[in-house]
Write a protein that binds this ligand. Structure first.
Ligand code: DX5
Ligand code: ZN
Length: 223
């Protein structure tokens, strides 16, 4: 399948939020990546369902909601009501991850599970069949603009291998420090959804940045 590009609005200028949404709407981007932070699971606070609902009212593409919060099970229905199409929770934040995945699916949203850079892919062994997407963090969650951790590429390969053995074809999303410098290696390893915050919104021409990320592997626009 063609890979998906999910610009993270965390890197956008929130005084012109509508412009950022419009940029994603009109670019070749596939999803909106929305980072929810609670100041407890991660050392930062971002935005919640109130903002997501407003984004939904003008978004023309699916909302990929990344919950970096403790006790996400308390809020799944609210995020779905706000417009989330994909809801990803952190393995490290869910003592009953199997139940939480089922809860997400019951709302009709796609279910994703994220793991931090320090968490091995083996923790997913007993839930791989149940989820729709794995999100591999390639930075420690909490902030945009951090340096990509290269070991993530090995984790993509490990995960891809596990899926191949079990004949599974789930989405593998990479989040943190992703840009043209590492996107090709990630896609070769088996990733198929790339989150891009700074590399899109801090670029001189964000639409062009999305276009280039999208064109990787298609033999054109590779500079
Ligand atoms: C980090 C967030 C990321 C972040 C990515 O905790 O989950 O989605 O916005 O931003 P960049 O691409 O700038 O690393
Ligand atoms: Zn994210």
């Amino acid at each position: 399948m063609n890979h998906l590009i999910a610009p993270s609005l965390l890197a956008a200028d929130f005084t012109h939020l509508a412009d950022a949404v419009e940029l994603v709407n009109t670019s070749e981007a596939d999803w909106f990546h929305l980072d929810v932070m609670d100041g407890r699971f991660v050392p930062n606070i971002s935005f919640g369902m109130f903002i997501i609902k407003q984004i939904k009212s003008i978004a023309k593409k699916p909302l990929d909601v990344h919950l970096m919060i403790l006790e996400p099970e308390k809020y799944i229905e609210q995020f779905r009501d706000a417009g989330a199409d994909v809801i990803t929770v952190h393995y490290e934040a869910c003592p009953h991850i199997h139940r939480t995945i089922a809860q997400i699916k019951e709302t009709g949203a796609k279910a994703g599970v994220a793991i931090n850079p320090g968490t091995p892919v083996s923790v997913l062994d007993d839930i791989l069949e149940d989820l729709d997407m794995v999100l591999l963090m390639s930075v420690n969650p909490g902030f945009g603009g951090q340096k990509f951790i290269y070991r993530t590429i090995n984790k993509v390969e490990q995960l891809k291998e596990k899926m191949a053995i079990r004949n599974l074809n789930k989405l593998i999303e990479i989040d943190g420090g992703v840009g043209l410098q590492n996107a090709e290696a990630l896609l070769k390893a088996g990733a198929n959804v790339l989150v891009a915050g700074s590399s899109v919104f801090k670029a001189d021409d964000p639409t062009e940045a999305v276009k280039r990320l999208k064109a990787i592997g298609k033999g054109s626009l590779l500079v």
